[in-house]
Design a protein around this ligand. Sequence first.
Ligand SMILES: Nc1ncnc2c1ncn2[C@@H]1O[C@H](COP(=O)(O)OP(=O)(O)OP(=O)(O)O)[C@@H](O)[C@H]1O
Length: 265
Amino acid sequence: MTVHTADLLTDTEVSGRRSPHGSALYLDGVSVSFDGFRALNNLSLVVDHGELRAVIGPNGAGKTTMMDVMTGKTRPDTGKVLLDGCIDLTRLDEARIATLGIGRKFQKPSVFETHTVIDNLELALAGDRTPFAALKFRRTTDKAARIEAVLEDIALAHRAHEPAGRLSHGQKQWLEIGMLLMQQPRVLLVDEPAAGMTDSETSQTAVLLKRLAQSHAVIVVEHDMGFVRDLDCRVTVLHEGSVLAEGSLDHVQSDSRVVDVYLGR
Ligand SMILES: Nc1ncnc2c1ncn2[C@@H]1O[C@H](COP(=O)(O)OP(=O)(O)OP(=O)(O)O)[C@@H](O)[C@H]1O
């Protein structure tokens, strides 16, 4: 019998060790309205340190709005978003939240096409102007070691000196993930990473995200169920701005409410 990571996490929850206050990210009763329409409706979610979480749901379920709230782009009407169980992100602006270690990868890659892969990674550091970043990378050797480690992580060491414009779509997505990694985030938010990828790139992306989740909390919004299965992680189904179901992919796929509003369509 195959044991899925997501099933093990369910056991963790049952044993009471999943605590919102020891979590990487905790959304507590978050609501957001746009002109009276509730995009998020009392949404609560706990993502642990070192956890990979897939968030799925029909169009308009609130997935993007949820990530906008986590990054400070949208301020909720009510509720809290706690980083490390104690820092309420709803009181902070986007720039401050980014420096605290929430990195977001949008669907469309936006790498500097005429710059080499290695230059793109270096430029990602240049964008981080916090005193902490300057301290971290005071020595060029530190920076070089960091770049080398990230190149290995994103499987692009062999393309390091080529212009990013020559990479495939999938490789550009990995480079952009690498640019986020240069900032050493604690939480990674990744929006539909598999969109437009070949089958081989899609499965390599699942491997990459699983590896990253060993040292970061990683939240992936995705529509491709084959890719979600490859991620082999706990799945949250959003519907009308709230959690409709949560658990392993097999668990949520067998929930008739999930089939009705999303998977059966
Ligand atoms: N700035 C906005 N102004 C008005 N309505 C908005 C705004 N942003 C989102 N909405 C509405 O809020 C709801 C949730 O949208 P959201 O983009 O979060 O859903 P989603 O789950 O990401 O959908 P998709 O899978 O299509 O990307 C939708 O009905 C959307 O039209």
